[in-house]
Design a protein around this ligand. Sequence first.
Ligand SMILES: [Zn+2]
Length: 278
Amino acid sequence: MEKHKEILNQCAEILANSKRVLFLTSAGMSADSNIPTFRDKDGYWRNFPPFKEKNLEAQDLASPWAFRNVLPHAWAFYEWRRRNAHENEPHAGYHIINRWMADRLEGAFIHTTNTDGYHLRSGSPPDSVMEVHGSMWRLQCLDVCSHHFWDELSVPLCEMSHETMKAWDYPKCIKCRAIARPHILMFGDGEYVGHPEQERNFLSFLQQPIDLAILVGSSGAVPTNDYIALHLKDRGGKVININPDPATNSIVGTEHFLPMTSEAAFIALDETAFGANS
Ligand SMILES: [Zn+2]
C-alpha cells in the first residue's frame, strides 16, 4: 500500500509538471462504465445464448463477413451494444480528463481504441479526439458506394429480438439506400472508410513534443495504444500506465505503473496532483 501511494505521488507530480499530454484509452476505460469487452468468452456466451448455439464468437460477428453472411445477427450484436452504451454513462474519469484539458494543460489529445463514443459524449473537444477503431454512433455504406460516413445517434436504430439475437429494419446508406453498417474498424475489415479529419488532427498534435502519455486500460490483445506509448517513451517522454493487471505493462514497461481501475485512478490522480483547487 505504501509503495502504491509512492507511485501515485510520483505520477501526480509528473502530471502536474506536464504541459502537453496524450491520453491513450482502451477497453479498461469503458469497462468502468459497464461497457462489456467480450474478452471473457464465458460472459459473452451467457449474454448471448443464440450465438453460443451457432458457435458465433464476438470476433466473427464484428466483421464484414458477418454483415454479408449472417446480417440479422451482425446488426443485432451492434444494436445490443448501442443500446447498452446508451443506457450507461461515461464515468468520472472522462470528465476529469476534460477538466484537465480545459484548465490544466496547454495541449492535450485523446487517442482511443474504444468505439462507444464516450469521450465525445462526455464533452471532449471533437478536434482533440481520435477514435482509431471508429464509433458505433456513425454509419457508412456496407457496399462502400462512397467514402462518406455520417452521424446516427438514434436509439433504437433497428428492431431486434433478444431471444433470437436477430435484427431487422436495418439502417440504410443515405447515398444509395443499400444497407448501412457501423463506421467501425472490424476484424478482417478492408472496407472501413476511416475518419480523415480525426487522423489529421492527431498527426497535427504529434508535431510538437509530448511530455506525457497516459495509457489507460489497454488489454494487450490489441496493443495499438501500447506501441504509441512505447514510441513516445523511447523519444524521452514520460508514460503513466493505468491498469489493474501488471501483465499489461509488458510492452511499454514503464516504471510509472498504477495498478488501479481507470475511474479510481483518475480520481486519485486528480486529488493528488491538483488537490482541492481542482
Ligand atoms: Zn451506399
